[in-house]
Design a protein around this ligand. Sequence first.
Ligand SMILES: Cc1cc2nc3c(=O)[nH]c(=O)nc-3n(C[C@H](O)[C@H](O)[C@H](O)COP(=O)(O)OP(=O)(O)OC[C@H]3O[C@@H](n4cnc5c(N)ncnc54)[C@H](O)[C@@H]3O)c2cc1C
Length: 430
Amino acid sequence: MGIFAEGFKTSPYWWEAAPRPALPEAPLPSAADVAIVGSGFTGLSAALDLARAGRSVLVLDASDAGHGASSRNGGMLGSGLKLGYGDLKATHGQAKAVALVREGIAAYDYATDLIEREQITCHLQKVGMFVGAHRPSHYEEMARGLDLVKREAGLDGEMVPASATATEVATRIYHGGRIIPKNAGVHPALYHQGLLDRARGAGVTVAPRSPVTDIARGLDGFTVTTPRGRVRARDVIVASNGYTGPVTQDFRRRLIPIGSYMIATEPLPPETMRRLFPNNRMIADTKKVLYYYRPSPDRTRVLFGGRAAVWETDTKVSGRTLHRYLTGVFPDLADVKITHSWTGNVAFTFDRLPHAGVRDGIHFAMGYNGSGVAMATYLGHKTAQRILGKPEGRTAFDDLEFPAPAWYSGTPWFLPLVAAWYRLQDRIAA
Ligand SMILES: Cc1cc2nc3c(=O)[nH]c(=O)nc-3n(C[C@H](O)[C@H](O)[C@H](O)COP(=O)(O)OP(=O)(O)OC[C@H]3O[C@@H](n4cnc5c(N)ncnc54)[C@H](O)[C@@H]3O)c2cc1C
């Protein structure tokens, strides 16, 4: 049986409700207080704050506004960092680890407050996340980790034993799991559209199809070059995350771009959706190469994501792979077709932490390690506060070194090896 529904698309499901915005292609201004490279959550969140503080702001994107990960992701707005508290503590010591964990919580609080305050209609649902244990040992590790992070950093959570897994998600593949209450579902493209509208309403100029080809530092600021003209700017923010290119090579060599893939199923009966996701939660797991999935905001479809390929691949091919993964989780969906299959880039870092700060006078926030819906919004805001000279611009990330191994220039040739090693570990580890 074919798995592709009639009218199958290789664009994000989210773009049905929020197509890429048709923005006017007016001539670029010759000068702005701040020029921002990238129109995702990072860039727009910074732009909104700066414009409201009276700065003239130009956001440049190589493609349509929000073409990057911000309109393509799973819409899981979380409070966690990629590294667990135990790992953070081992590497950075207890005080720093607590501060970093609290930044994750602050990011969640900031992004959810922003959506509510700005009345952005994007189906914000504070439903929490369930993280399924791929092995019994993962359950034990998660339980120990939760106990520690609760005690030392005040992070909330709850363990769900194997026998009760079905109360969270109707699959037999997990050995229990953990509930993270501070995790919410959003419609990411509507959230992006809302941020874009608020930023433009505050006076921000957003210029689509304006790739930045050079950033040159002068005595009193920067000259930013695009094929559509040059702009002088006192400050520049690089907010290009998984799409960072050679123009900003100093950032590119600190980031590992990785494709993440998603599919949407055709609409399913309401009783099936209620059975699969009894609490409507966001779902992820403890595998090295993890699955993440959720009900669509209207609770009619399953949206399922994972690393279906190492290099960029045809999204029909990745759609087949993800459909296979999906039916591994929910065998009774084997006959269900998919309506959309798409991909986007995330950016990993060598220390698996996000980074924000200033390098050679250029402000930046990036490296969200696949969890940037909340963190990109938050670090965009922090970057703006820093430019405005406000103490609120400080973060626990400020004094972290942003690693750049000497042997790496920005092309992650090692990914197939790492992916193969991770998949092997997922298969054999106890
Ligand atoms: C399939 C997928 C699923 C995901 N799921 C989740 C999830 O459920 N939860 C979560 O928290 N995170 C998730 N993420 C990650 C999250 O989407 C990102 O971390 C976040 O959107 C990053 O936002 P950003 O604004 O920094 O970058 P992006 O939104 O990627 O924007 C970067 C922009 O920079 C532009 N750009 C690059 N170079 C230039 C240049 N030279 N000139 C002009 N413009 C340029 C690009 O065109 C792009 O539009 C997912 C990502 C993907 C791809």
